[in-house]
Design a protein around this ligand. Sequence first.
Ligand code: FAD
Length: 812
Amino acid sequence: MTFPTQSRAVIIGGGIVGCSTAYHLAKIGWEVTLLERHKLTSGSTFHAAGLVGQLRTSANITQLLGESVKLYGRLEAETGLATGWKQNGGLRLACNAERWTEVKRQATTARSFGLEMHLLSPKEAQKLWPLMQVEDVVGAAFLPTDGQASPSDITQSLAKGARMNGARIFEDVDVTGIVVERGRAIAVETKQGRISCEAVIVCAGQWTRALCAGIGVNVPLVSVEHQYMITEAIPGVTATLPTLRDPDRLTYYKEEVGGLVMGGYEPNPIPWATAGIPENFNFSLLNSNWDHFTPIMELAIGRVPALQTAGVKTLLNGPESFTPDGNFILGEAPEVAGLFVGAGFNAFGIASGGGAGKVLAEWVAGGEAPYDLWPVDIRRFGRNHGDVNWVRTRTLEAYAKHYTTAWPAEEFSSGRPLRRSALYDRLRAAGACFGEKMGFERPNWFAAPGEDPRDIYTFACPNWFNAVAREHNATRDAVALFDQSSFAKFYLIGRDAEAALSWICANNVARPPGRLVYTQMLNARGGIECDLTVARVAQEKYYITTGTGFATHDADWITRNLPQGLDAHLVDVTSAYAMLALMGPRARDVLRQLTRDDISNTGFPFGGARRINVAGAPVTALRVTYVGELGWELHIPTEFAATVYDALMAEGAAFGIVNAGYRAIETLRLEKFYRAWGADIGPDHTPLEAGLGWAVKLRSDTPFLGRAALEAQRLAPLRKRLCAFTVDDPDVILLGRETIYRDDSRVGWLSSGGFGHTIGKPIGFGYVRNPDGVDDEYLVSGRYTLEVATTRVDCRLHLAPLYDPGMAKVKA
Ligand SMILES: Cc1cc2nc3c(=O)[nH]c(=O)nc-3n(C[C@H](O)[C@H](O)[C@H](O)COP(=O)(O)OP(=O)(O)OC[C@H]3O[C@@H](n4cnc5c(N)ncnc54)[C@H](O)[C@@H]3O)c2cc1C
C-alpha cells in the first residue's frame, strides 16, 4: 500500500478507539487513513481486563455503551475475526444500607433508560457467582446484557472491518506534528511524509495531551497506574461466570481461561509519567507493585476466599489515561477547527470503544454530535484545566472515587481553592459552605452561627436542608444576595453584532439598547445548544451571560456559528465582572438606598439592562430573575465588588437581607419551572418540547439557525414535552433520573429533582414521551407515578409554574 499524501480523515492511534472510529467513519463512506506509531493495540488496549459494563448516570452515555454491546455482539460474524465477546451479565454488590440505596437508585435509573437490571438477594447473587462469600452483602444487582471481551481481538476485528470498508491502516508511522492553518487542522506530519486532510482525529490514548498541546489544544488527561492480577485456573470458575463489581471492597472480577482477573481502584493511586511518557513505550507494562496491591488483595480474599490459595500468573500494571471528572473526552476541539479528539477513557475504553467510535465518526461526518454528549464533550473543560499539575491532582481524586458511593450533590475536594471571587473571604466569614465549578469556589449554602459549614453526604435528608430552606424563604419573603461571579460573560461587539446574533438566537435580540432578552441558540435540528441572556448595552455591543460550566461550550458555539464576513467579535470578560444577584420582594427597597438612578418599575422595567451607580460603583444592572422574584443581577467591575457587597449587606439589614447560595437557587428555580441546560434542556430538546416556544421568534420573518426544524416540528404533534411533577409526601427524595409512569406505562424519567420549600413538596421535571403525541389533554388526563429507588410513589403533573409571586404563599 503506498503512503498517501491526502486523505479526507486521518486518525492518529490504533487502539480500540482509533480502530472503532475508523470502522464507523469508513462505513459512513469517508476516505480514512489510520496511523499507528507502533502496532495496533500497543498502547493501553492490549493490557485491558476487558469488562464491559453499560450503566452510567446519563441516558445518552448509557445508550453509547449499549452501542458497544450491540456492535461486539455482531462484529465477529461481520469480519470473521473473533472478539472474545461473552454476554455473561454483570453483578454489582452492596454491603451497607447507603450502598444498597445507591444500587436501588441505579436500578431505577436503568429502568428509566430501558436497560435491564434486576435486584437480587445475597443468596441469589451467590448462585450466579458461587465462589464468593456473601455474609456482609446486603443485596446485589444483575445486568444481564453486560459482558466481557478480548480487547486486542476486538480491536483487530474493528481494524479488519474498517479495511473491508476501504480504510487504510499504517503501522509503524509516528505522527510527529499536526499542521494548523488559520485556526484549522489541515494535515499531519510523519517521517514518511505529510498527509493533507479535512479532519484530524486524535485517538492517541495517554499520548493525546502532549500531541495536542503542540497546537494549543488542551486535552486534560494524565496517566495513572492501574493493576489487576490474573490467577491460574480455580475450580468452580466457569466460562459463563458474570463479571463482578464489589465497590465496597474496591474490586472487580472476570473469568479468564478458568481463572480470575481481579483488579481494583485503590484510594491512593500512583500517577505515571509525570515528566512525559518515555520513548518507545509500546506493548510495555510497568513493574508489578505488590505493596500497593496488597490492601486490594486482602479486600478481595475476604470476598473470594479461593484467592488465598490460587496460583498467581501475573500482577499486571498498566498505565491508562484518566481525566479530572472520570469521563472520557470527545469532540471537535474549541481551539482548532477540524481537530477531533477521542481520548481519556478512564479504564472503560473497551466498554465505550464501540459506541464512542460510532458517535465520534458521526460527529466528524455530520459536523456536530449526533445527540447530546455533554458529559463527555471536550468543551466541558475550562481555563482551570490548562495546568497539568492541577489536572493530575483532581484526576487522582476522581480515580480514588471510582468505587466510592456517588453521593447526591457530592463535591470534589482536591485542588481547591483555585478561582475565588472577590468576595470569597467575606462569604467564608459569613458561614459559606462552598462548592466548585470550573475551578471557581461558589457558595452552596450558609451555615448559621454555631453550625458547621460542611456537607455531610447521604441519600436521606441532607444536613444543609434547613439552611437552604432559610435562604429560600428569605428570597421569597424579603431579600437575598447571591454571589454568582463565576457566571461566564462575553461581549459581542461590532457593526454587525445585531445581524450576527439575530441569526444564532431563537428569540428576537434586535431590541434597542437597554433591553435584555432570554434566548436559546439552536442547532439545525432545533435542539437547544445554549440557554442564556443577551443584553444590548450599546448599538454595536451586546453583553451575554451564561452558566459557569458553559463558558467554553457557549463561546465555541457562538464563534463557530457567527455568519462569515460579518463584523462581530466575541470577547470573554468573565474575570472583569463580579456578579451579585439581589433577589426578593424587598430588593428594590435595598437597592434604592444605594443609587440615585430610577429603579422604579416604570423607570427600570423587567427586561431592562442599564448602567447605574451603586454605592459609588459603575454597575451594569440586568432586571431578570432565575429564582422567580423581583430582582437585579448586578454586574460589577471586579475591583468594586467588595464595596458594593458591603453596602448592600449593610443597607439590606433593615429589610432582612441574607446571603444565599446555589442550592437555594436550585430549589427556587424548580418552583418556578425554570429549566436548566444540561439537565432539562439540551441539544436533544427543542424549545417547543421544553415549553419555551414563547421565547422563539417564529411569528417574525427573521431567519435563524434551527428555524426550519421548528417549523417542521410544528406541523405534527409533539412526541415529548417537559412537565413538572410534585409528590405530596415531603419525605420522598427526588434527585433526578426517577422513572415516570403514566397509567402504569413508562413514559420518561426526571431530568431534575429537588424540593420546593415554599410549596413544601418534592419537585421533579421530566419529559413525558408518547409516539402518538403529547397534547395538554393527553398530559393532564393520565394518572402519574414516579419510581424512586425502585418504589412507586404517587405524583401530580403540572404544566405551569408551581409558585408565582402573585400567588398566596400558603404552605401546602
Ligand atoms: C490495567 C488496565 C485494565 C483495564 N481494564 C479495562 C476493562 O476491564 N474494561 C474497559 O473497558 N477498559 C479497561 N481498561 C482501559 C482500556 O485499556 C483503555 O481505556 C483503552 O484501551 C483506551 O484505548 P485508546 O484507543 O483510547 O488508547 P490506546 O490503546 O492507548 O491507543 C492509543 C494508540 O495511539 C498510538 N499513538 C500515540 N501517539 C501516536 C502518534 N504520535 N502517532 C501515531 N500513533 C500514536 C499509541 O501507540 C497507541 O497504540 C483498562 C486499562 C488498564 C490500564
